[in-house]
Design a protein. Sequence first.
Length: 95
Amino acid sequence: MPRAAKKLDFDDVTALVAVLNAIGAQAKKAPCTKRQVVELTALPTTQVTAAYKTLIKKELAVQIAPPADAPAKGVFLKIAPKGRAYCKAYDLLFA
């Protein structure tokens, strides 16, 4: 029997957009580590981890290789065009 998909509530969507904005803000600089995203968004680490998984699953962000000067362990994301549109739509609806 297939498992029913969990629908996102407003808090989940707000967290996703906050993480996307944090990732997008660093697009021209070195990618953020998860610790930096936690500091930028003021979200708990567990919520940022869940947001990372959701962003990759929904193709709003793509995982990239770590930069040469960064530690090899960790997950580095880059915002996808679909993620930029998601942020823009959120801002238009709730700003």
